[in-house]
Write a protein that binds this ligand. Structure first.
Ligand code: NAD
Length: 475
């Protein structure tokens, strides 16, 4: 441990507006250095029950709070984020690894604040279905009750925002459960929220799952009316199974294995930067990152060369250093997974850059060409800094390969001809199609997966509506 951090700070759960510090804690480490960043609370099943009870107790008053007041408090949360932006960005960098600058943790805090403001301005309108001699029919939207939010470790604050803000905006109360790899920024975020919200409206609990698995507890609990879960497909399946006996509402944002298709009319040098960020944003640890690249044979070699040239100029280092554009992989579990997929693919294709682990959790940015469907690095979600490149001859072949597999989050087409690209996009079986870009999410645009990549959508009016049930009023 460095002299800068003589004793790591303990972070509390927040239940019913009060800090809860259990006797047991677990260490959260900086993936760049292995240093202990802070101590997270080892919550138990009893803490989950207390948090659900606190959220249930707060629900009636919060649901009855005037809409403008709830909107104003969502804006106030954004202001809290802005006021603590530097502290929160450093915390995210230290527990997750991403650099402070660029598309890193300052971007994550700023994006969360902007998302709070956007959500504050969203509305649930009463829809009039009929108003004639036969009567009047209105559709009202009612909050569900207690929403449980279970988040992953890749964009901890942004994803917590995506779950919590629309839930409270629409009159629900929340129990949040961050990933054990990155709990500190969410614990602090909820603490800040509690400086402006009534007690019990947003609660946060936490454990490292060596004892009680609090995500599983929340998925099964009778007192939880909806679970919004972002994570892997296998855990999503467990959540859905656990939630079924209580008929919980569910939004599941699960893993992806997004394909990009590069057509022969592109300028390889002009698209290299866009392709790079599409694949390597947050070290590739992004659900909607480009994870497989299909390139037409006419431009294949030129695209590989332009992309490899771009990759070679990207500095990698600890996230707290200003010169770092890429940081470490966020944890050992993910590092080992990426290393195994790359080691296998390196024996089957041509390594253009990277190809083997670096020091600690640093994994050099890896491009491997000469691969095809059937190789695990192509078929499975790598969720890390390694992009497989596959050469294709015909559009039909590229589309068939892109649509193979169970994941169907997003896909992209890269071409100078936008109409032709949209026609190819129309044949991609996935929740979002991007043209000449990949991975951008917007607060006004519904986002979700097809096939095994999820159930339901977040964002936009559809995303907001997902935190409500319809009540039809027939006069
Ligand atoms: P994960 O599934 O391992 O964990 C996600 C969360 O679930 C964590 O908080 C974990 O503690 C919790 N959990 C563990 N067991 C549980 C159980 N039995 N019941 C309920 N919750 C449980 O995923 P991860 O490794 O943290 O995140 C990476 C995955 O998330 C990738 O597959 C990625 O594609 C996906 N992801 C998807 C989106 C999206 O919007 N579709 C966004 C980000 C990440």
């Amino acid at each position: 441990m460095s002299l800068d951090h003589p004793s790591p700070k303990s972070y509390a759960m927040i239940i019913g507006g009060k800090p809860v510090l259990p006797a047991k804690t677990f260490e959260v480490t900086n993936p760049a250095t292995g240093e202990v960043v802070g101590l997270a609370p080892q919550g138990t099943k009893a803490d989950a029950e207390a948090a659900i009870a606190a959220a249930r107790a707060a629900f009636p008053a919060w649901a009855a709070t005037p809409d403008e007041e709830r909107a104003a408090l969502c804006h106030a949360i954004a202001e809290k984020l802005d006021a603590h932006a530097d502290e929160l960005a450093r915390l995210i960098t230290m527990e997750q690894g991403k650099p402070l600058g660029g598309v890193g943790s300052r971007f994550e805090v700023g994006g969360s604040s902007a998302w709070c403001h956007f959500t504050a301005e969203q509305k649930l309108a009463i829809e009039v279905i009929a108003d004639d001699e036969k009567g009047r029919v209105e559709l009202h939207r009612k909050p569900l009750g207690v929403v449980a939010s279970v988040t992953p470790w890749n964009w901890p604050m942004l994803i917590a925002t995506w779950h919590i803000l629309p839930a409270i905006r629409t009159g629900n109360t929340v129990v949040s459960k961050p990933s054990p790899y990155t709990p500190l920024s969410t614990l602090r975020y909820v603490e800040l929220m509690n400086e402006v919200l009534p007690a019990g409206v947003v609660n946060v609990i936490c454990s490292d799952e060596t004892e009680d698995n609090l995500g599983a507890e929340l998925s099964a609990a009778k007192g939880v009316n909806k679970i919004v879960f972002t994570g892997s497909i296998p855990t999503g399946m467990k959540v859905a199974a656990a939630a079924a006996p209580t008929m919980k509402r569910m939004t599941l944002e699960l893993g992806g294995n997004d394909a990009g298709i590069v057509m022969p009319d592109v300028d390889p040098k002009a698209i290299a930067e866009g392709l790079f960020w599409s694949a390597f944003i947050n070290m590739g640890q992004t659900c909607a990152a480009l994870k497989r690249l299909y390139v037409h044979e006419d431009v294949h070699d030129a695209v590989c060369e332009a992309l490899a040239d771009y990759v070679r100029n990207i500095p990698m280092g600890p996230g707290l250093e200003d010169s770092s554009i890429m940081g470490p992989v966020a944890n050992q579990m993910q590092f080992d997974k990426v290393a195994a997929l790359v080691a296998d693919a390196a024996t089957k294709g041509t390594v253009l850059t990277g190809g083997a682990p670096g020091e600690g959790l640093f994994f050099p940015l890896t491009l491997i060409s000469g691969l095809d469907n059937g190789v695990p690095l192509v078929d499975e979600e790598q969720f890390g800094p390694a992009l497989p490149i596959i050469k294709f001859k015909t559009v039909d072949e590229a589309i068939e390969k892109a649509n193979a597999g169970d994941a169907a989050l997003g896909g992209s087409v890269w071409s100078a001809d936008i109409d032709a690209a949209k026609a190819i996009g129309d044949r991609l079986d996935c929740g979002t199609v991007w043209i000449n870009q990949h991975g951008m999410t917007r607060p006004d645009t519904p986002f979700g997966g097809r096939k095994m990549s999820g159930v339901g959508v977040e964002f936009g009016q559809d995303g907001l509506n997902a935190y409500t049930d319809i009540q039809a009023v027939i006069v």
